[in-house]
Each structure stands twice: as structure tokens, then as C-alpha cells.
Design a protein around this ligand. Structure first.
Ligand code: ADP
Ligand code: MG
Length: 247
């Protein structure tokens, strides 16, 4: 019997009753999550709690065991990643080393057979927003870690999508770059006003970036609230301990 209430089609992302098993292990446990258009949601939790798995389910990179995923009012539970209208940025930059920055940023659009003039315009705009114009003809090997991660963000940006998924995009960077890029990601969000789902295990990142934080443990969302509420009124000892202590 299906007892699910109707999906809110105004939401940017609706996750309903999502379960994901790896073999006999239930990694996500009947999870529900509604993300409003333009919202910056941070998934925060310790290593192994299922953050990347949840992001990969939204992106369509994993077949879910049960439940539904809706994006912008469409049921995409079984849609291909390319049909979901999302852009994803990973922890490792996953750039093609033999291609220039321009080539890396254009690649996905070329595959979609987009006209070259449109590709050039999109790359130019993304490069301007991220201030990487001087890097366009370089190869990834000639870039710093921070520059590479900017390019990885640029590659998502050119797709002109409403939903961005970030999986620990800053965790390979040193502390100074991390805080610089954190500010830039926040600025990017203010400028584009798109929906962001951002995975981290870093409390500072979560508290400074999020409109709302989902604190996860063992495949379950323990608390979903604004940063101030999470900080001042943690729902349980786990949340209090996790937000309270540096990892
Ligand atoms: P997080 O991103 O929060 O660190 P993950 O989503 O990567 O956590 O992993 C959640 C759990 O699922 C972990 O226990 C991990 O070992 C397990 N897991 C992740 N990917 C796989 C896989 N492909 N096969 C089996 N188990 C996996
Ligand atoms: Mg992860």
C-alpha cells in the first residue's frame, strides 16, 4: 500500500522515502527531504554516514532501492543523470589532464551538440564569474589546487542548470584556500540564486554556507534546521557533539 503524501511540486528537490542498500547494508534509511528553489542545503555528518551516497542518488549515479526523487516537479527517480538538470562538483577535480581548461569546460556541451558560439559564450561567462579567464588555455597540470577546483565549478556552471550538487569540493585544499573558495561559493550562490546541495564534514563550512543544515548519522537525517537553530538548539546529543567539537 502506498501511503506517501503527494510530492510538493513547488520544491526544487523532493526526496521521498529514499532507501539505498549496498548488498545487505542499508546506507540510506527511508529518507525524506524537501529543498526549496534557491535554497543552500548542507549535508553535514561524519565520514561514512551516507552523504555522498545521497548526493549520488540525486545525481542519478546510483540506482536506488526504494522511494522517489523529484527535481523541479518531475519524477526523475529513473532518469539518466544528463536528464536531471543538475551540475555536480566532486572532491577530486576529475578534470581531463590532456585538455585545456577551455576544453574541460566545453566538453559536456560539445557532447550535447551545442553550437560552438553558444559554447564559447557560456565558457566566457563562467570564466568571468569565477575569474579564471587567464587560465582558459592552460592544462590542469599547470594549475594550483584552488584553480583546478574553480575550473571544476566552471564545468558545472556552463551547463546552466538550476541545481548544483557539491561533494566536499574544498576538502583537498589548504585552510587559506578553503576559506577563500568558501566565500566565492557563497557569492556564486547569491549571484545565481540556484539550488545548492553541499556535502561536507566541516562544521565551519556548514555553519557559514547553509540556509539549512541536514545533520546526518547512519543514513538518517538527525536534524534539519537553520544553522543558528542547529547550533543553539541541537535536537539530540549527537548533533550537539558533532556541531560542538571540531573534527
Ligand atoms: P560519506 O560520504 O558520508 O562519507 P558514503 O555515502 O560514501 O559516506 O558511504 C556511506 C556508507 O556506504 C559507508 O559505510 C560506505 O562504506 C558504504 N558504501 C559507499 N559506497 C559503497 C559501495 N559502492 N559499495 C558498498 N558500500 C558502499
Ligand atoms: Mg563522501
Amino acid at each position: 500500500m502506498n501511503t506517501m503524501t503527494a510530492v510538493n511540486t513547488e520544491s526544487s528537490i523532493s526526496i521521498r522515502d529514499l532507501t539505498l542498500n549496498f548488498g545487505a547494508v542499508q546506507v540510506l534509511k527511508r529518507m525524506d527531504l524537501e529543498v526549496a528553489p534557491g535554497e543552500f542545503i548542507v549535508l553535514l555528518g561524519p565520514s561514512g554516514c551516507g552523504k555522498s551516497t545521497l548526493l549520488n542518488c540525486i545525481a542519478g549515479l546510483l540506482d536506488i532501492t526504494d522511494g522517489q526523487i523529484w527535481i523541479k516537479g518531475k519524477n526523475v527517480t529513473w532518469a539518466e543523470p544528463s536528464e536531471r538538470g543538475i551540475g555536480m562538483v566532486f572532491q577530486s577535480y576529475a578534470l581531463y589532464p590532456q585538455m585545456t581548461v577551455r576544453g574541460n569546460m566545453s566538453f559536456g556541451l560539445k557532447n550535447q551538440k551545442m553550437p560552438q558560439a553558444e559554447i564559447d559564450a557560456r565558457v566566457a561567462r563562467a570564466a568571468e564569474i569565477l575569474q579564471i579567464q587567464p587560465l582558459l588555455d592552460r592544462k590542469p597540470g599547470a594549475l594550483s589546487g584552488g584553480q583546478r577546483q574553480r575550473v571544476a565549478i566552471g564545468r558545472a556552471l556552463v551547463r546552466d542548470v538550476d541545481v548544483f550538487l557539491f561533494d566536499e569540493p574544498l576538502s583537498n585544499l589548504d585552510a587559506k584556500l578553503r576559506s577563500e573558495l568558501r566565500v566565492e561559493i557563497k557569492r556564486l550562490h547569491n549571484k545565481l540564486n540556484n539550488t545548492m546541495v553541499y556535502v561536507t564534514h566541516d562544521q565551519i563550512e556548514a555553519l557559514t554556507l547553509a540556509d539549512r543544515i541536514a545533520v546526518m548519522r547512519g543514513g538518517v537525517i538527525q536534524q534539519l534546521d537553520e544553522p543558528q537553530t542547529i547550533y543553539n538548539r541541537p535536537a539530540n546529543l549527537f548533533v550537539a557533539g558533532f556541531i560542538g567539537s571540531p573534527s
